[in-house]
Ligand binder design. Sequence first.
Ligand code: GDP
Ligand code: GDP
Length: 435
Amino acid sequence: MKPTIVLVGRPNVGKSTLFNRLTRTRDALVADQPGLTRDRHYGIGRVGDRDYLVVDTAGFDPVAKDGIMHEMARQAEQAIAEADVLLFLVDGRAGRTPHDEQIAARLRRSGRPVHLVVNKAEGLERSLASADFHALGFGAPLPVSAAHGDGIKQLIDLVLAPFPLDDDPQSSEDSGPAVAIVGRPNVGKSTLVNTLIGEERVIAFDLPGTTRDAIAIPFERGGKNYTLIDTAGLRRRGRVFEAVEKFSVIKTLQAIQEANVAVLVLDASQDISDQDAHIAGFVLEAGRALVVAINKWDAVDDYQRDQLKQEITRKLGFLSFARFHQISALRSDGVGGLLKSVDAAYAAAMSNLSTPQLTRIMQAAIAKQAPPRHGTSRPKLRYAHQGGMNPPIIVIHGNSLENLPTSYVRYLERAFMEAFKLQGTPLRIQFRTAH
Ligand code: GDP
Ligand code: GDP
C-alpha cells in the first residue's frame, strides 16, 4: 500500500508549495482534462521510484472551536491520525515561533512518526537553520527549498525508507478484479457492498495483521470472482457488513490505488458536489478503470432525474470514458448490469495492444487528420507500442512530438479508445521524441 505523507505547519511556512512540488509529476497527467478541478488538499505523487499519497492540512489551527476553521481542523486531525509519516514544516527564514511549539506539542501526542522539515532553506547556512529548530524535539531538521526543489528527493528517500516499494495492483485469474466502491458519505456504499456480497459467498474473510493493510474481501458473484478493497473499515455482523469507521478521504484514495476498478457511487437524490468531482478526479489521476453508479434511483422523480443528467454532463464531463448505471442498492436494481460494466472496464484496462495494430490505428488517424504544423516543422509520428496496463499506456515515437497540441493528443486518444473499444478505462499517451 502506498504510504501517506501528511504536511503540517503553521500558515505561510510553504505547505502548499511543497504539496505542489510533491504532486507535480501527476499534475501534468490530468491538468488538461476539461472540467476537472483538483482537490488541493489530497494528491498522488512520485519522486524517483517512490509513490505516495500526500495530504496538505492547510488551515490547521489547533485552537479553532467552531465554523469552517473547526471543520478544517477536524479534517486535519483525521489526516494526522491516519498518517504514515508526518512532515512538520517550519520556516527557516522566520525561525522558531510559539505557534511552531504549539504544533510540536500536538504532534508529539499523535504517536505517528514526525520529521521536522526546515523550508525556505535555499542559501541558508545549514547549521544555523538547524540549531534553532532542534529545540522542537524532533531530532535533526531536514533542510529543503520547496520553491526551488532543493533537498526534496533526499527528503522523500529518507522519510519513506521504512516502507516497502509498492507495485501497482496485482490481480490474478483466481481472485478476479480488485474493486473499490468509493463515494462521499451517505451515498449508499455500504448498502451496495451488502447487496453485492452480503448474501453471496464470501470466500475467506480474514482481518489483516497490521493496520496498514487494505482489507481485501474476496467474493463470488454470478460464477465470477472479485476482490473488494474496503474503504470504510467494514466488519461482518451476521449476514451483513457494517461500516465501523467514519468516512475517510485517505482510505478512499488508498483503496482507489489498490484497486483495478473503482465504482464511484453518486446519490441521485442530491446535487453533484465538489467532493463527488474530487473523488472522480482521483480515479482519473490514479489511472484506474471506472464505473459510475447513480444510486437511489428509486427515490427520485422524473424532474430530478432530468436535472441530475444535466448536472452530470456539466460537472463530471471528464468521465466520458466511463459507463454510468442507474441503480438502487437498497432494492438491488441494476446491480447485475453494474458488475457487467466492472468486468468490461477491467478487461479494457488490462488489454493487450499489439505494436502493429497500434501503429496502424495511429497512421489511419493521421491520414484522416494530420497533426498541425508548428512553425516550419510538422510533428512526425512514427510508431506506437504499449508501455503499460491499468491504465493502458501508449508510447508514440517520432520527432517534434512536444509540439503536438492537446487537442490533437485528445484526438489520438479517441481514435485508440474507439479502435480498441477501451470504454471504462482512462488511457495515457506518452511521447518519445528522437532529436
Ligand atoms: P502555506 O500557508 O504553508 O501553504 O505556505 P505557502 O506554500 O502558501 O507559502 C507561503 C509563502 O512562502 C509563499 O509566498 C511562497 O512563495 C513562499 N515559499 C514557499 N516555499 C519557499 C521556499 O522554499 N523558499 C522561499 N524563499 N519561499 C518559499
Ligand atoms: P455510505 O455512507 O455511502 O456507506 O451510505 P449507506 O449505505 O450507509 O447509505 C446511506 C443511507 O442511504 C441509508 O439510510 C440507506 O438506507 C440509504 N440508501 C442506500 N441505498 C439506497 C437506495 O438505493 N435507495 C434509497 N432510497 N436509499 C438508499
